[in-house]
Design a protein around this ligand. Sequence first.
Ligand code: B4P
Length: 192
Amino acid sequence: MINILIFGPPGSGKGTQSVKLAEKFNLSHHSTGDMLRAEIAAGTELGKKMSSIMSKGELVPDEVVIEMIADKIDSTKGVAGFLFDGFPRTVVQTDELEKMLNARGMKIDSMLVLNVDHDELVKRLIVRAEQSGRPDDMDPAVIENRINVYKAKTEPIIEYCRKRGIYQSVNGMGTIEEIFERLSGMIKKILK
Ligand code: B4P
């Protein structure tokens, strides 16, 4: 089993690319953002609590997403590995993921970081807001906050993974197909 983190700021294409990569390489795709939005859509107590945090562009508490991911790791079978999309988002989450995987005889094999210019990130999220109606994409101030939260709380994970020799940078500019080809080439090498 291989374990890959797809990493990058909001709008960098993590979700977009993860869906395609999971299908191509028989990986189990786990997006904490999708899981949280499903809770909101289902009107659960958890969803109600998380909704206001997400609509401001803040991160939900570490323990909430860690529990969601632990459940998925234990219930997923018959795949070549896991593709974690939008998780981990803090160093605490990264530590916990590493412990969870180690306890099951696995490790984080690679962190693929999508690099995209700031203006392009904002442009993509504004376009998505028109189609998806996601509240966190509607307000330019919330988009800026999400990017700032990424820099302050999520980017430090890069150093964590660099020290473990698993950090790989990817050019996230270009068409969805071009970026998919770049990422596919990297995953083929990881699988060898
Ligand atoms: P996410 O769901 O992870 O949202 P995101 O960062 O915006 O990324 P997403 O994957 O949706 O977008 P993508 O880059 O693919 O998180 C949402 C919120 O949930 C967070 O702000 C936080 O509150 C909470 N949360 C989630 N996980 C958490 C965690 N672990 N800890 C704490 N809180 C957590 O793409 C964006 C758009 O760009 C799409 O419309 C796409 O079509 C377009 N696009 C992609 N690639 C393109 C390209 N090459 N060219 C043009 N457009 C492109």
